[in-house]
Design a protein around this ligand. Structure first.
Ligand code: KG4
Ligand code: ZN
Length: 338
């Protein structure tokens, strides 16, 4: 039996999870509401909130899993990419805990972990993970990538955004419509009552498997500017339709590129990961594509879509059984380097 304590602190969520082999026993996250007042994550405040949250979150994770500190085999933590001050809180805690307990540490890449969340065993008799090679669309607040996953730790980025990430496209669109932060879940919610064909926004024309979302933001900005000249209440009067149309534009850009990636590689096992994979329309469209193109699709549970420590624990477990241990000299990185 291998018990891993996983710690995630790369952005504004402090999360801790306990795994027993490939099963998650607990997954506890403290969200930092403080950033809502600023319309985005304030790095300095995030580090401080991690410092306050980390002990109680870990204690709750241990208690929920009914595990004592002495049972932990190793500590896995997010090494990057992310906010350096935030990452340092998790790394420092992991090092100190492991040193005190005389156990190894495991360095985890946040983006690999989003992908490897698909290997969390949900305990049901029908559970089966993706088979290699598979494609994973990782869509979060900071990243948009199509990854060809050849093996657990052999991943190749075959397409990525050249400007904004898909999550940023949701968040920035929401900001233009005077909505709160983060905007993605709010757009998803309002879109449920709206018509996705009500308004048309420009889609980028980027060759290959790369993405671009900055043009969409400009298209929405000019569209709203013109409409607001005619009707000052245009946004309030059309919020549902606006959200549904913006969401459908973003989702169709993502699905189109996934289709091209599947065509180009011949791979039909398709997974999605990251915060935007919580989006209900993206999930629905992926199921439609599954039926149309005979794909085998993998959609993470909501709690494993947005940032969480369960994905850090499972990645840690996969490294532990390979004896791929980290060192006390480990330092964080801000940008992805896998
Ligand atoms: O993976 P994640 O939790 O954190 C990062 O690593 O960035 O992703 C956060 C992003 C935010 O941009 C948020 O607006 C978006 O995921 N998001 C959503 C939904 N839930 C979260 N976007 C669209 N629909 C959702 N339901
Ligand atoms: Zn993430």
């Amino acid at each position: 039996m291998v018990f891993i304590l996983g710690i995630e602190s790369s952005c504004d969520d402090t999360s801790a999870a306990i795994s027993r082999n490939d099963v998650i026993l607990s997954n506890i996250t403290a969200n930092q509401d403080i950033h809502r007042n600023f319309g985005g994550v304030v790095p300095e405040l995030a580090s401080r909130a991690h410092q306050q949250n980390i002990i109680p979150v870990i204690e709750t994770a241990l208690k929920t899993a009914n595990i004592s500190k002495k049972d932990i085999s190793a500590v896995a933590f997010t090494k990057g990419p992310g906010l350096l001050g935030s990452l340092l809180v998790g790394i420092s805690f992991a090092k100190a805990f492991a040193l005190g307990a005389g156990i190894p540490i495991l360095e985890v890449d946040h983006l690999q972990a989003h992908v490897l969340a698909h290997f969390i065993n949900d305990g049901s008799p029908t559970w089966s993970p993706p088979g290699f090679p598979f494609l994973c669309l990782t869509v979060s607040g900071g990243h948009t990538q199509i990854v060809r996953v050849n093996d657990f730790f052999d991943m190749e980025i075959i397409g990525q955004t050249i400007d904004d990430a898909a999550g940023e496209a949701f968040d920035k669109s929401a900001k233009l419509m005077n909505m709160g932060y983060p905007g993605g879940p709010l757009i998803d919610q309002y879109a449920k009552e709206g018509n996705p064909d009500a308004f048309r926004f420009a889609k980028p024309n980027i060759p290959g498997l790369d993405f671009s979302f900055s043009g969409l933001k400009t298209s929405i900005l000019y569209f709203l500017r013109d409409k607001l000249k005619e009707d000052k209440e245009f946004i309030e009067n059309n919020r549902n339709d606006l959200c549904a149309s913006v969401q459908s534009t973003i989702v169709s850009i993502l699905i189109q590129k996934l289709l091209s990636a599947s065509d180009m590689t011949g791979i039909k096992e398709i997974a999605i990961a990251g915060g935007v994979s919580a989006n209900s329309s993206l999930r629905d469209e992926l199921m439609n594509a599954r039926d149309l193109y005979q794909w085998k699709v993998f959609i993470p549970k909501l709690e494993y879509s947005t940032d969480n420590a369960a994905m850090i624990a499972i990645t840690g477990y996969l490294k532990y059984i390979r004896k791929d241990f980290g060192s006390q000299e480990s330092t964080p990185y801000a940008r992805s380097n896998f």
